[in-house]
Ligand binder design. Structure first.
Ligand code: FMN
Length: 187
């Protein structure tokens, strides 16, 4: 796929087919991720993959419970209460794969920024394979909790920087209109 088409039609996908993603393809996406630029060429990133359906369902349910528990201290989250309380709602939308891009802040001060770039590479590479992705900010919050880190075996020194779900989309990729770029100056 043409790079421009991949960039313009990558979308956060929130509905997935019940079709597994081949391991070799997931590896290819991770290979694409590590082609990203990185401060000091430190490559201060690590990757973890969860594709076990039971583990994913467990993570989904625990993230919802964790987020519900946060609402009182973070009032803007109140608008998510209805979906978080809906037992049928899957916070990871039933995606078959979750890739965790993990930063090593002890290795490089720009580790988290580097991981965001790696994540975008991964998402664009996925688009090229006809795969959908979505960054899972809520899952990041849970996995970074003491319980989440322990239960899902996140090693010390690794910060969850970008949890990305991956799967075959059950919806079409569509281009969207963005606001025109806010160009501050061009001297
Ligand atoms: C840091 C970050 C966290 C995000 N967290 C979530 C999330 O928890 N759940 C979700 O459905 N989408 C999440 N998204 C996706 C955004 O909602 C999405 O990128 C935005 O609405 C723009 O849509 P697009 O990706 O289709 O262009 C997140 C995106 C980023 C960059």
């Amino acid at each position: 796929m043409d790079l421009k088409e991949a960039i313009y039609t990558r979308r956060s996908i929130r509905a997935y087919e019940r079709k597994p993603v081949e391991k070799a393809v997931v590896r290819e996406l991770i290979e694409a991720a590590v082609q990203a630029p990185c401060g000091m060429a430190a490559q201060a990133w690590s990757f973890a993959v969860i594709e076990d359906a039971e583990l994913l369902a467990d993570l989904d349910a625990r993230t919802k419970t964790f987020m519900l528990g946060m609402i009182e201290s973070v009032p803007p989250l109140e608008r998510y209460r209805p979906i978080l309380e809906d037992p049928g709602f899957r916070i990871m939308f039933g995606a078959p794969v979750l890739v965790l891009v993990c930063a090593r802040p002890d290795v490089s001060p720009s580790a988290e920024t580097d991981c965001a770039l790696a994540a975008e590479n991964l998402m664009l590479a996925a688009r090229g394979h006809g795969l959908g992705t979505c960054w899972m900010g809520f899952v990041e919050l849970y996995l970074e909790s003491a319980e989440g880190r322990e239960r899902f075996g996140i090693p010390e020194g690794h910060k969850i920087a970008a949890p990305i779900i991956v799967g075959y989309p059950a919806v079409k990729f569509t281009a969207v209109n963005r606001k025109a770029p806010d160009l501050l100056f061009w001297k």
